[in-house]
Design a protein around this ligand. Structure first.
Ligand code: GUN
Length: 284
């Protein structure tokens, strides 16, 4: 069996092209979707992510502002700035890049964002809406994963879906989305006793741990669909995912590569959520 490589770059480019048209329709109605991206401190990876997000906005016609704050900004000061953006008519989406410095309570900051502008889908209101099957904004990475599965016509209903990693950003929300779509879902975490026992059962295996090689060819079922969310550096400083890519060739049915799989989809779905927020404003 030849393992198919799922091309996230190609699908994300198509989504961004479609979004350009939607943005133009909004601009014709005198509405330019606006995204505010907040970054605190000088985490290098975060700086790269934020730069890419702002650049992607500009390319589809979304107006974006970046607000960078010093690592020692107080929680209250940060919340004040979010409140200002909450009432700014030109801003449809507010994103606070994570992680935040340790003196700041991340959940307090996320809860300060107006849920209608929470394009990351992290606010408890949005997490609750997703949990109860009425999502307003899907978190961007899980949203991107679903789009990838749909584009490959992967059957979710009745499938065994196994997720490795139980974060609020990826693991938990993708579990809810797959459950809603009719999969039988297992969420593994760092305390899971026999990981292989679970991963071998998976028709769809999603790995989001930040640990290179946590899954290899001996741990999967023949024909399994593998979604690799990890972005790591290997011994030669080369970007790699959480799945040992070479070892699953010929066993997996399909796999998302790193880079070029889930990563570009995350950004595309952030843009989609920002456009949706601007559209929601006209509908209300
Ligand atoms: N840090 C890592 N992933 C994300 C994400 O999707 N959104 C935000 N805001 N921060 C992140």
């Amino acid at each position: 069996m030849k393992t198919k490589i799922i091309n996230g770059l190609k699908l994300s480019a198509k989504i961004r092209e479609d979004l350009k048209n939607k943005v133009n329709q909004l601009i014709d109605k005198n509405i330019t979707p606006g995204l505010a991206v907040i970054i605190v401190g000088n985490n290098q990876a975060s700086q790269i992510y934020v730069r890419n997000k702002v650049k992607a906005c500009n390319e589809v016609g979304i107006s974006s502002i970046e607000e960078a704050y010093s690592h020692d900004i107080s929680e209250n000061e940060l919340i004040k700035n979010i409140h200002r953006l909450n009432v700014d008519e030109k801003i449809n989406g507010i994103l606070v890049q994570l992680p935040l410095p340790s003196h700041i309570d991340t959940s307090k900051i996320i809860e300060a964002i107006d849920p209608k502008k929470d394009v990351d889908g992290f606010h408890v209101i949005n997490a609750g809406l997703l949990m109860t099957g009425k999502p307003m904004f899907l978190p961007c990475t899980p949203y991107g994963i679903i789009k990838l599965l749909e584009s490959e016509n992967i059957n979710i209903r009745g499938s065994e879906a196994v997720i490795v990693g139980a974060s609020n950003i990826v693991g938990k929300p993708i579990a809810m989305i797959l459950l809603q779509a009719g999969a039988t879902v297992t969420i593994c975490n760092s305390k899971t006793k026999n990981l292989k026992e679970h991963t071998q059962r998976a028709d769809i295996l999603i790995v989001a741990t930040g640990k290179p090689n946590i899954v290899d060819g001996t741990m999967i079922k023949k024909g399994a669909i593998l979604i690799d969310v990890g972005i790591n550096r290997d011994n030669q400083n080369k970007i790699c995912g959480d799945i040992n890519f070479d070892s699953v060739q010929g066993i997996a049915g399909a796999i998302t590569p790193v880079p070029g799989g889930v990563g570009p989809m995350t950004i595309a779905m952030l843009l989609a959520n920002t456009v949706k927020s601007a559209e929601n404003k006209i509908k209300i």
